[in-house]
Design a protein around this ligand. Structure first.
Ligand code: HEC
Length: 117
């Protein structure tokens, strides 16, 4: 009987501890989620910014590799966050769908994390 009581108490303590740490851990996890060019950013560019920003069609800033995207991340974020009726909005309306808020958030988080490859 005593063992059971002890077990119960331990279980409750364990549950409380886990609960606290997951609550705290959750936002830490989101904050700490590691974004990388290859896993997260490259697919967005490949999906939404091609072929215009890839040689040989690319007329403007090429965005076909890590260095290019890293160097242009400020301009990229600025363009995709413009109002869609701004003529500098990227990708051009009628050509490709706008980026989702999640995709934009990924770009911004990548920038904050110093653009890991
Ligand atoms: C349909 C073709 C097309 C697509 C798709 C496209 N762009 Fe562009 N982009 C252009 C053209 C043309 C220009 C030059 C005109 C201008 O500056 O608005 C340009 C200019 C830019 C510039 C400014 C470059 C400079 O030299 O100042 C950035 C940054 C940019 N695009 C980012 C993007 C991003 C990010 C995407 C994908 C989310 C994208 N573009 C998708 C055609 C495209």
């Amino acid at each position: 009987m005593k063992k059971i009581q002890l077990l119960t108490i331990l279980t409750v303590i364990a549950m409380l501890t886990v609960n606290c740490s997951t609550k705290k851990g959750k936002s830490d996890y989101v904050e700490a989620k590691k974004i990388s060019y290859n896993n997260d950013i490259k697919p967005i560019i490949a999906n939404s910014c091609t072929p215009c920003h890839l040689p040989p069609q690319g007329r403007k800033e090429p965005l076909e590799n890590y260095e290019h995207v890293k160097e242009n991340i400020d301009a990229i974020i600025a363009r995709v966050k413009l109002p869609q009726d701004d003529r500098r909005f990227m990708p051009p309306v009628n050509k490709k769908p706008a980026l989702t808020t999640d995709e934009i958030a990924l770009l911004e988080k990548w920038q904050q994390q110093n653009t890991p490859e």
